[in-house]
Design a protein around this ligand. Sequence first.
Ligand SMILES: Cc1cc2nc3c(=O)[nH]c(=O)nc-3n(C[C@H](O)[C@H](O)[C@H](O)COP(=O)(O)OP(=O)(O)OC[C@H]3O[C@@H](n4cnc5c(N)ncnc54)[C@H](O)[C@@H]3O)c2cc1C
Length: 450
Amino acid sequence: MTDTPHYRVVILGAGLCGLSAASYLEEIGRTDYLILERGARAGGLARTTVVDGFAFDHAIHILYSHHPYATDLICNTLLNGNLQSQTRRSFCYSAGVHTPYPYQLNNCGLPFGVVLENLRGLIAARMSRRREPPPNFESWILRTFGRGIAAHFMIPYNRRQWAWDPQEMSCEWITDRVPQPRVRDFLRGAFSPQNSCGPNRVFWYPLEGGIEALPRAMIARLPPDRLRLNATVADVDGRRQAVGLADGSRIGYDHLITTVPLPSLIRMLGCEVPSGIRELAANLHHNTVHTINIGLHGALPDPWDRMHWVYLPEAGTVFHRVSFPSNFSGAMTPPGCSSIQVEVSESARRPCDRSALLRLSLDGLVKLDILSEQESRPVAEGGRVRVAGVVTLDPAYIIYDLQHRRTTRVLLDYLAGMRIQSSGRFGAWEYLNMDQVILSGRAAAAAACP
Ligand SMILES: Cc1cc2nc3c(=O)[nH]c(=O)nc-3n(C[C@H](O)[C@H](O)[C@H](O)COP(=O)(O)OP(=O)(O)OC[C@H]3O[C@@H](n4cnc5c(N)ncnc54)[C@H](O)[C@@H]3O)c2cc1C
């Protein structure tokens, strides 16, 4: 009989949350832990793929935080000397016009009829404020912004980004993510583009290495033997406090911190889980984001060469957001080159044709006049495209369906009863940013080793 190795804390997943949990355990000298990561590289969503000298994050990843601990850790410890502060240059493209983000505060330049409709809707919404909370996200949009802004930007953009109907989503995730205008701010922004606000108005981005510089800096501070890569966890035995790996080996624990998606974790617990819990977990929804990465010979054209990213609410392109990694840091491309990344969301409700994504994305870039027809061809055919590929993030965003809060509460309570802490973006099944998952990993480790 072989002895099962045993650790005080086993951490499932080496994304930012799992790495942060490990960092905390190192900090307090509780080094009897092991991280199990199914990938060949740590970092989870915060990774950067490099192809022929072109670096692409797995979708735009900018850093910002209002939390003093996360800010200090990111800026003064992990990325000290490899971080640049940037003022956001993001836009919304609708009715053939670029307006600065956020749309609801910068209508200057839009056709007069659209501005008028947006203003009328906003005033009407403000005059009919209701006391009872909005029943769903669409209703929140209509009550907050009115019919004009809802129809021209908010509803179509959110449908595209979430690949889910806003009527079937709650609005509990919004907090300060979506700036809400006063009528006088709207009026000011209708005459001149000046309203720049929101939590990421100024953000940080690594000078070198893309966003993966962040998890790499965390890994560099951990002893190498605490992180096991290519280690897919296949089952969890909550009663015996052990995890089973895909290679058949088993590892025991006193405390389990898991960052794997909540529905997968419940499946891994197998038949010990009551059927009601399994049913709840099976009803959690998420979307998938495909990032289509294009490396170009030569520079981006004006005005795209000055932009970080652009939101696209209209159906003319397959993608809902286009960004320009080469405008975040010169180190993202070889010299004399530039790069573009577009994002396409899909979900069980709104599937897309994955085989056509690359072609449709290049068509979209031509439609937007970022590339000409000829330029959108590979360099070998006289075009400018040196690199083109798709990276799929699945899951990408959890869906705040109308049962979300009740479902996650029941599931997390159930797991806590087995001394399993499910943390991070997909472990807690919440819309969390990088700074928030770093905090969530730290809190999970502190709870495991008080
Ligand atoms: C499109 C998009 C854009 C974003 N932009 C930003 C941004 O601009 N700013 C920002 O702050 N945040 C952004 N985020 C959020 C950010 O990426 C996440 O909050 C963060 O990276 C999540 O970290 P995590 O450790 O919780 O999860 P993950 O990164 O998902 O890590 C979980 C890890 O668990 C591993 N795993 C899963 N199953 C198993 C298994 N069975 N066995 C072993 N290992 C397993 C996975 O391989 C993964 O490495 C964005 C997210 C998306 C999708």
